[in-house]
Design a protein around this ligand. Sequence first.
Ligand code: XMP
Length: 620
Amino acid sequence: MEKLAILDCGGQYTKVIDRKVRELGVYSDIFPMGVGADKLIGYDAMILSGGPSSVWASGAPTYDPNIFSLGIPTLGICYGMQLINEHFGGIVRPEVKTEYGPTEIDIVAPCPLTDGLDKKQTVLMSHGDAVQKHADGFVTFAVTGDVVAGIYNAEKKIIGVQFHPEVDLSEHGVEMLENFLRKFCNLKETYALEDRIETSVKMIREKVGNNKVIVLVSGGVDSAVTAALLVRALPPENVYAIHIDHGMMRKNESDLICENLKKLGLVHMKRVNAENEFFNGAVDDGDGKIIGPLSKTVDPEKKRKIIGSMFIKVTAKAAEEIGIDFENTFLAQGTLRPDLIESGNPDVSGYANKIKTHHNDVDIIRKFRERGKIIETNWDWHKDEVRQVARMLGLDEEIASRQPFPGPGLGVRIICNDSTVAFTTEQREQLAAFLGSYAGGKYTGRIAPIRSVGVQGDNRSYKSLVILGGGLPANFEEAFDVARAIPNNLPFINRVAYRVDSTDPISVFSCSPMHICHETAEILREADAIVTGTVMNKKIAQCFAVLIPVSTVQDKPYSVVIRAVVTSDYMTARAAVPGVHFAPEALTSAAKQIKDKLGDKVDMVLYDITGKPPATIEWE
Ligand code: XMP
């Protein structure tokens, strides 16, 4: 069988490349970047992935230079292209203006990759470095302005692209990969995807045998699929489902979930109410270090670690109550491939940067995993695949198409704060100067004194937010360009939101202390129910509210942000566009309902207009 090697430089999308290649009928294997050229003999083509490093910096992943003597057709993506360029004598340097998000490129010379495609293409860029001079023997076949977007060397059979053809945000990315495989590498469709359900059922039976297994069910499609697969693979009486209400669930959610889960054929199902334990308890992080309580914690990563570890503590207690020996029972969870990639799991990629610790990949879970105690039925799948499997298993469409809700729940949507996060006068002036010179100065905005998590050039970022105001823009598409331009030009910003409840110019913000507690969870629950009920529809993949400790008046400490995104892979996303993905009136209506119901505590209502990258879907 023909096969392709993917060399992983630590990119967030390496596994997406693997999946896209396999979907196009070519077998692929992923190797670490440093793999010896001898291991690649027998492969018909090679793709070098993106990655968080800089080729010119010390500590960049090492590689065997002989891989370029194999003479096989090669595609370098982002970091992969920069490495190729540097290897063959070109120059790569940091860009003054970075590019994060969908970007238009111009095809300026023929290249098999873009054969048959229009001369203008929208692709996803996510990089801080760029090719300053292409290596001798290469031609630049694509550009964005004066930035090199693609290089090609016909004789050496090498193509390099600065953008990511593998993700949904590159509109004709699949056609480009197909061109690469068929026209450049001459590879035919010789590989068929394995039957996902059969493979998973076999794995469960082999691992679990006649033992008992506990499955944590959050109500989302991932854990529902895991539970359904367990019930199919094992005697149902050996499967114990536990739903934990950690006090950070959405409005009425736990009741609904327990009703829905009954239909999966589960014999044992237990609901645990553990708000007090999660908010006020302390927990071992897996290394003997006690962390918590959540109600006094501000740092997003610490919050995620406390919540993830607390899930295990509460589960162990629940197991004891049901009379199961937790230490000798398997624990199943609905972990997806992106959860492991974004958590920087070393088993998935040796070089990937940690974007955020997913609740199902905290240290204590990694320890359990090392002991072979964790069953992850979905570990190789992305969200769209898990939805397909749900439908194949006959789960209700309500579950199969349910919008994702992260394990830590509202906990990562309550942006906590001890004291005002400072930004410098210089940064404030830089923003003012930028907005003054952008689009005739028609946008006004300020830096808000909080930070949120983002992903930029395969790296985690934790940076400031800009709030724009002065009334809703007449043209939202245009406003989205500002949301791309600000982080691209101001390196201390990774997120931009628009004020939707008022046309006032943006005034000075104050920041109050805020933590996770029953009151903040309750306010967010109400705001979230309004936002979901008003804005969410089938064109939107995920829609929710975020509570931030920022306001413009003394007596109302909070503001609510509406977040709605369009995506299917969840590794990249666009903010939903009012007028395209939902009626613009939905924003003003949601803002009015929030102010009517929560106006004594909530000052502003904002709409997050940032894509992923540079932000992430969640704020923490
Ligand atoms: P981000 O914020 O990384 O989110 O762009 C991508 C998708 O993952 C969900 N998410 C999580 N899901 N446990 C989960 O089960 C987590 O810890 C977690 N963090 C983020 C997020 O809601 C989005 O759908």
